[in-house]
Design a protein around this ligand. Structure first.
Ligand code: GLN
Length: 539
């Protein structure tokens, strides 16, 4: 008997089009299982050929989600971590690029000597290995949820579908399940939800030898029984296995909506899991989310403000921190490129209670970010700077408090007189772009008595990084003498990790990315305190 037999697999596939929230669906199923006491993890398989999304711009792929181990992964891993509160590793995300490169390396080493190396079985075997690797060398999870990026029918996802077909057969009926996420478009003229695209995507699945066990239908409207019956008939599933995935105000409501329709129970029946989820915490969270006492607006200052997906984790961190502070957090997007002087800064920020300076790369919008930071400092507006946000805050402080006229980051101006932000020593010789930044979790020591320390209530923290530049140690004394507080440092590397300004209600910035560690059940301390300070500002 195969060792994998008692491990259960749930494959989450998508039809009709991408962007339907497969990641949320996978996370929600994960949440229901986790709350039932099942050991669960989630794996994302991405059919594109990049080794990881680290080299793509946010328009292509949204935010890059960095894990503790330094891997740059798909933003869906952010959802997985936020929902099921498990720290993921590089094993939780595999791309076609990684899979092909593993197989091709092996071919060069001569490990397939004599054989023709082919998509089936070599690529498909490697895909199966990646799925199984989460439970190897020892079994850690009872259920592995496996989401495949893209849409059924894409040429590049065919090897993944074939691997899933083979694996399903290997593990047997009660050890696997296929959840197909589709869209029911609403045709206004006839006032109808249309099931044809779903039928077609299921046909595509069946051509490849897969059949859905549950269909999660995204729709803007309630799905009537007659529509469920029709989908069931044409797509060969039971009507109660057609689940409505209606738009809900908060993504954290999705597990509850699925639970109400018995989805979790049906999954458990199929996989022979006899446990029920505890959902009171989530219900309480949603109650607070929907009934806030305060309402504040935070300015989100960045480059890709028209593309919410590029700052997904920050947006979610606001939701978590808002709930813990009984507040609804509205966002005002501010494209820093447009902030060219104090007047523009005033009109952008005079109606907000907090300013968040987003991470980013490159010169575009840089001066506007420095002005945003200056505005927050001078007008005592609560401020949180993330990575590039910290760097811009230091540049403002150097220029306008320390009198270092023209101070800059060498990322913005290679020839600046005062390079207060400069390339890290370890980065100077690096030419290759993929996976070479300072990435992943690093320890940081906090200075007792600072606002940063008060937020964490701990001396030692660990946060995730993704950058090449840092505060130039040559200017540390000058900055400190003028009142900038280095509230967090990494002693081993001798680098500044967090700063704050003393005589200010709340002005904190991190060289790291706090948004990557905020969870639905545990808002990140810096976001929690930033929102708290912004509410005070309102009063
Ligand atoms: N561009 C900056 C650097 O590389 C900041 C990066 C970021 O904000 N993630 O250091």
């Amino acid at each position: 008997m195969k060792k994998t037999r008692d491990i259960k697999y749930i494959f989450v596939l998508g039809g009709v089009m991408s962007g339907l929230g497969k990641g949320i669906a996978a996370s929600s199923i994960g949440y229901l299982l986790k709350q039932a006491g099942v050991k669960v993890t989630i794996l994302k398989l991405d059919p594109y050929l990049n080794i990881d999304p680290g080299t793509m711009n946010p328009y292509q792929h949204g935010e890059v989600f960095v894990l503790d181990d330094g891997s740059e992964t798909d933003l869906d891993l952010g959802h997985y971590e936020r929902f099921i509160d498990v720290d993921m590793t590089k094993n939780n995300n595999a791309t076609s690029g990684q899979i092909y490169s593993t197989v091709l390396d092996r071919e060069r080493k001569g490990e397939y000597l004599g054989e023709t190396v082919q998509v089936i079985p070599h690529i498909t075997d490697e895909i199966k290995n990646r799925i199984k690797a989460l439970n190897s060398p020892r079994k850690k999870y009872d259920v592995v949820i496996c989401e495949v990026g893209g849409t059924v029918g894409d040429i590049e996802s065919l090897p993944f579908m074939e691997a899933i077909r083979q694996l399903s057969l290997e593990v047997g009926y009660h050890n696997h399940m296929i959840v197909h996420v589709t869209l029911l478009p609403f045709v206004k003229a006839s006032g109808e939800l249309k099931s044809k695209p779903t039928q077609h995507s299921v046909m595509k699945l069946r051509e490849i030898g897969l059949a859905p066990d549950m269909i999660l239908c995204r729709s803007e409207h309630p799905i009537e029984q007659s529509v469920r019956d029709k989908i069931a008939l044409f797509c060969n599933v039971r009507p109660d296995h057609v689940i409505e995935g209606r738009d809900v105000p908060s993504i954290y409501e999705v597990p509850l909506a699925m639970h109400e329709q018995n989805a979790g129970q049906l999954i458990n029946e199929r996989l022979k899991i006899e446990k029920t989820p505890r959902l009171n915490d989530l219900k309480r969270f949603i109650h607070h989310y929907k009934n806030p006492q305060h309402e504040i607006t935070i300015a989100m200052c960045g480059k890709y403000t028209e593309l919410i997906d590029s700052y997904k984790s920050v947006m979610e961190s606001f939701v978590h921190a808002g709930v813990e502070n009984n507040a609804r957090v509205n966002v005002k997007w501010v494209q820093t490129e447009k902030i060219k002087g104090p007047g523009a800064a005033h009109s952008a920020f005079s109606d907000v209670q907090g300013i968040l300076l987003l991470p980013g790369f490159g010169f575009r919008g840089g001066e506007g970010k420095i002005l945003a930071s200056k505005y927050a400092r001078e007008n005592r507006v609560p401020f949180l700077g993330i990575c590039l946000g910290l760097q811009c805050a230091v540049i403002d402080f150097a220029r306008n408090v320390c009198g270092l006229d023209g101070a800059n980051s060498t990322e913005f101006d290679k020839k600046t007189r005062y390079p207060v932000i400069d390339l890290m020593e370890s980065q100077r010789a690096i030419k290759i772009k993929g996976g070479t930044m300072r990435l992943g979790a690093y320890d940081c020591d906090l200075q007792v008595g600072t606002k940063t320390f008060a937020a964490y209530r701990r001396k030692k923290i660990s946060e995730r990084h993704r950058h090449r530049y840092e505060v130039n140690n040559r200017y540390r004394k000058k900055l400190e003498d003028n009142g900038l507080v280095f509230s967090g440092v990494n002693k081993d590397l001798g680098v500044v990790e967090a700063i704050e300004i003393k005589d200010h209600p709340w002005f904190v910035a991190g060289q790291f990315h706090p948004e990557l560690k905020s969870r639905v059940n545990r808002a990140h301390p810096l976001f929690r305190e930033f929102i708290r300070a912004s509410i005070k500002d309102l009063k």
